[in-house]
Write a protein that binds this ligand. Structure first.
Ligand code: AMP
Ligand code: FES
Ligand code: ZN
Ligand code: ZN
Length: 320
């Protein structure tokens, strides 16, 4: 197996590119793909202040490394979700990365700063863990970016993530979600710009990037996500990819090239019907009701949850 570029021994085969690569040329390919995504979607410029949300997983740490390598100034943001051992371990990988480089990291810890963790808070608020987690993260990313004066929030969503979300949205023809599935969400209405520079690279490439550059990351998936629909869609796409390499990329890139604007324009037409945004009376974030969804979640998640004593126990009234 020889590198397509230099004919030296290769370390990885990329069936989508129908080619093998040595370490040097594989790492270059990863950087080139990120540079291409940034340029193609006009994600950010060298003078922009960039905040990357890092989970301790391979994607966000690899992306931080790539952006620093490309010369961008990028600060990190980690949210402690209080998901037991998973959260305890994931923060250590982020801290290890930060120690090895001259970068800034902000940590926001839900249990200590907001009084709830995702497992018990989601139960109290009657939401699934992933929904409470997604809402908390989105709100805190926006808030940290606004408070810190950042131009853009970067996340490590990769091609596998975006193709799986696209499959889920397409199966239900969720046109409003489809219209917002571009890798750039522009700033507006008090929200910062959000971008996904890894949309041209998959999970396998990001794991290989970390192994080859010596970046340690948390390998385990979040225990709360096990068995969710999103992982099922990824499995389906992996089966297709095995039979027909390049399917995932063609599915997602084809959608961006030929379909997303149709859904985005349908989305624009309904914007006028929406209630205007105003500041949340509790935290000041832009929202369509008096109190934003995050503040309502915090309120519910921090209320005492009645303890269930067993089948004969009298049901306690709840204040939810
Ligand atoms: P996930 O939804 O877990 O696949 O994560 C997608 C992206 O969200 C990651 O690549 C990170 O950029 C960001 N992210 C996930 N979890 C966290 C976290 N606990 N703190 C900060 N950013 C996160
Ligand atoms: Fe959010 Fe698992 S990381 S529920
Ligand atoms: Zn080579
Ligand atoms: Zn609020």
């Amino acid at each position: 197996m020889k590198c397509r570029v230099c004919r030296e021994p290769a370390v990885i085969d990329l069936r989508r590119h129908n080619a093998n690569f040595c370490i040097e040329h594989f790492l270059r390919l990863c950087r080139d793909q990120v540079a291409k995504a940034i340029a193609e979607h006009d994600m950010f410029a060298p003078e922009d202040r960039i905040l990357i949300a890092v989970s301790g997983g391979k994607d966000s740490l690899a992306l931080w490394d790539i952006l620093l390598d490309m010369g961008y100034q990028v600060d990190g943001l980690y949210i402690g979700l209080g998901i037991g051992e998973y959260s305890e371990q994931s923060v250590t990988y982020v801290e290890k990365f930060v120690e090895s480089r001259d970068v800034n990291l902000r940590i926001i810890d839900l249990p200590t700063e907001y009084g709830y963790d995702i497992p018990s808070g989601s139960r109290a608020a009657k939401r699934t863990p992933c929904s409470a987690c997604g809402l908390s993260k989105r709100h805190l990313f926006d808030q940290a970016a606004t408070e810190g004066g950042y131009d853009v929030v970067v996340t490590g969503h990769n091609l596998d993530d975006e193709a799986a979300v696209l499959l889920g949205n397409t199966l239900r023809w969720q046109s409003d979600y489809l219209g917002r599935q571009k890798p750039v969400l522009p700033a507006g209405h008090g929200f910062p710009r959000k971008v996904k520079p890894l949309v041209r690279l998959g999970e396998r490439e990001m794991a290989a990037y970390c192994v080859l550059t010596g970046i340690d990351y948390i390998v385990d998936e979040c225990p709360k996500a096990v068995g969710n629909k999103h992982l099922g869609y990824k499995e389906v796409l992996n089966l297709l990819e095995a039979q027909s390499p390049g399917s995932k990329h063609d599915f997602y890139a084809g959608f961006l090239a030929r379909a997303v604007d149709r859904f985005a324009s349908a989305e624009d037409e309904t914007i006028d019907d929406r209630p205007a945004l105003r500041p949340c009376t509790a935290c000041g974030a832009p929202c369509s009701s008096e109190v934003c969804a995050f503040c309502r979640l915090v309120e519910r998640a921090t209320q005492d949850v009645p303890v269930k004593l067993g089948p004969t126990a009298k049901k306690e009234p709840t204040s939810l």
